[in-house]
Design a protein around this ligand. Structure first.
Ligand SMILES: Cc1cc2nc3c(=O)[nH]c(=O)nc-3n(C[C@H](O)[C@H](O)[C@H](O)COP(=O)(O)OP(=O)(O)OC[C@H]3O[C@@H](n4cnc5c(N)ncnc54)[C@H](O)[C@@H]3O)c2cc1C
Length: 402
């Protein structure tokens, strides 16, 4: 009897000790979680503090040729103060004073580096006949100062997210995706990640050594390189031809990944359409378009099923006049015009425009009277009584401060 009593009492003591330990462990976990939240909140507050409005001067610290037509620019803030940590995938907007141009030229360039508080890097392809890219390549040198807006854009990845991910890059479209791969690697992300990169010829690969070094640091990152030129069959690459869903089907375990795509318009258009056909939901397809023609091609591919509907049902605003008060010009809105930015340009009115996709905010224009409606939800949030003409259309008669 006594031994049973001792046994029961002993068990009681043990269970009390165990539950005390359990409580201690839970309290410790709770404390750690609170500490993590507090640190994250403090870092967010610091980041907001480090962000800047308008333009900031940046010094070109290094200029490095990456291929025959592509150069990286390493930029340091002229005020030597710390930089906000950008989100991998974001871009910088430049206001360039190009000799011979009557007004500053606004262009966006994705950050191609690991998020860092001292230096930003962009990687620019020289475009034939291109104003900004030729100027950057030929005239901008180490020691020059450039006017730069803070990092923006919502083509971003959360580095610690746990979803299997595929980064699909074509040509210079590697820039935001390389930054994402860096960011995931430095965050110790364990999600299965593929970076599939295609260029015309082997000589066009950008930052290939960095890509290979990343796969050594990150066992979860799988790199596949391909060339589309048939004359390049002997190049040491993983696949021949453009990136296709057929190739993805052969390479990936399933279609259950988040896809991030950046490349030339034909590649983006066909990949987006084919991924949708392969059963990938639109919420798992993220894209970045480099420039006006890419934006148009891509929005057509992304919205092909709904666009007709929204434009045809009660969205008709044709016939209203749009007055651009600063330039004293008036036009009649025509529903064939894609947006107010192109409408203004058709009247020879210049509005600064970097991304033309509602992300950079450089085209923000004041509304003097009337209203606009948006064809897509802007990534950049602007103040009341202003609009982003690159994705807006008039909702009735409109007076713009343009
Ligand atoms: C979010 C974002 C990120 C980007 N990231 C990068 C990046 O990382 N790297 C990069 O290299 N680029 C990037 N770009 C593209 C970049 O912003 C520029 O569009 C690109 O450098 C070309 O600009 P440009 O001034 O040199 O060419 P533009 O002067 O704009 O000309 C572009 C093309 O149009 C032709 N053209 C110009 N005017 C006319 C005309 N009147 N009639 C007919 N044709 C004409 C030119 O000959 C040229 O072929 C990005 C764009 C965006 C929106």
């Amino acid at each position: 009897m006594a031994s049973v009593y001792l046994l029961v009492a002993g068990c009681g003591v043990i269970s009390r000790v165990l539950s005390r330990r359990q409580i201690d462990r839970l309290s410790e976990d709770l404390l750690k979680a609170r500490l993590r939240t507090a640190l994250a909140e403090q870092s967010d507050r610091e980041q907001v503090h480090l962000h800047w409005n308008g333009l900031r001067k940046f010094l070109v610290d290094r200029k490095v040729a990456e291929s025959r037509d592509t150069t990286s620019f390493y930029l340091k803030p002229h005020d030597s103060k710390p930089l906000p940590l950008f989100h991998a995938g974001q871009f910088l907007t430049f206001r360039l004073h190009v000799p011979g141009e009557s007004r500053p030229v606004v262009r966006c360039y994705s950050l191609s580096s690991v998020p860092d508080t001292e230096t930003y890097r962009i990687t620019v392809k020289k475009v034939a006949g291109g104003v900004a890219s030729q100027f950057l390549h030929e005239s901008v040198e180490v020691g020059d100062l450039l006017d730069v807006m803070a990092p923006r854009g919502d083509f971003c990845i959360e580095p610690s997210h746990n979803r299997p991910t595929v980064l699909l890059a074509g040509g210079v479209g590697i820039t935001p995706l390389l930054s994402m791969a860096y960011s995931m690697t430095s965050a110790g992300a364990v999600a299965e990640t593929w970076l599939i990169y295609s260029v015309k010829t082997a000589a066009d690969f950008l930052l290939r050594d960095e890509l290979r070094a990343l796969t050594e640091d990150n066992p979860h990152l799988h790199l596949r390189l391909g060339t589309s030129s048939s004359g390049d069959a002997c190049a040491a690459t993983d696949f021949q031809g453009r990136i296709s869903v057929d190739y993805l089907n052969r390479t990936l375990a399933s279609n259950n990944y988040d896809f991030y795509i950046c490349g030339p318009p034909p590649m983006m258009k066909s990949l987006v359409a084919d991924l949708r056909e392969w059963g990938v939901p639109p919420t798992s397809i993220h894209t970045e378009a480099f420039g006006a023609s890419s934006v148009q091609v891509l929005s057509a591919a992304m919205k092909s099923e709904t666009e007709g509907e929204s434009r045809n049902s009660g969205d008709v605003t044709a016939g209203h006049s749009v007055n651009c008060l600063k330039s004293c010009k008036t036009g009649t809105w025509n529903d064939a015009t894609p947006n107010l930015l192109l409408f203004a340009e058709s009247l020879d009115i210049n509005i600064d425009a970097g991304c033309r996709a509602a992300s950079c905010g450089s085209c923000v224009t004041a509304i003097r009277s009337g209203c606009v409606k948006y064809l897509e939800t802007p990534g950049y949030s602007c103040d009341d009584n202003t609009c982003l003409p690159c994705v807006a259309i008039p909702d009735g008669q409109l007076d713009l401060d343009a």
